[in-house]
Design a protein around this ligand. Structure first.
Ligand SMILES: [Zn+2]
Length: 68
């Protein structure tokens, strides 16, 4: 499947406050930002794509171990 307007972009968002991370090309970078916010603020975070659609399985709870 081709993305018509360049590469996918990923962004971390918070379920508990208005915080949004910056956009990253790599999912792992957005996932890392989501973990940082979840741990720092004890909030539940998740990752969306450039269409603001939540990535399935991306929900991160505070102090959850990071995926390798
Ligand atoms: Zn938050």
């Amino acid at each position: 499947m081709m993305a018509p307007h360049g590469k996918l972009r990923y962004r971390a968002k918070c379920a508990d406050c208005p915080w949004e991370g910056r956009q990253f090309i790599r999912y792992g970078m957005a996932d890392g930002a989501a973990h940082d916010h979840a741990d720092a603020h004890t909030h539940i975070t998740f990752v969306v794509d450039q269409y603001d659609l939540r990535i399935a399985g991306s929900t991160i709870r505070p102090k959850e171990p990071r995926r390798a």
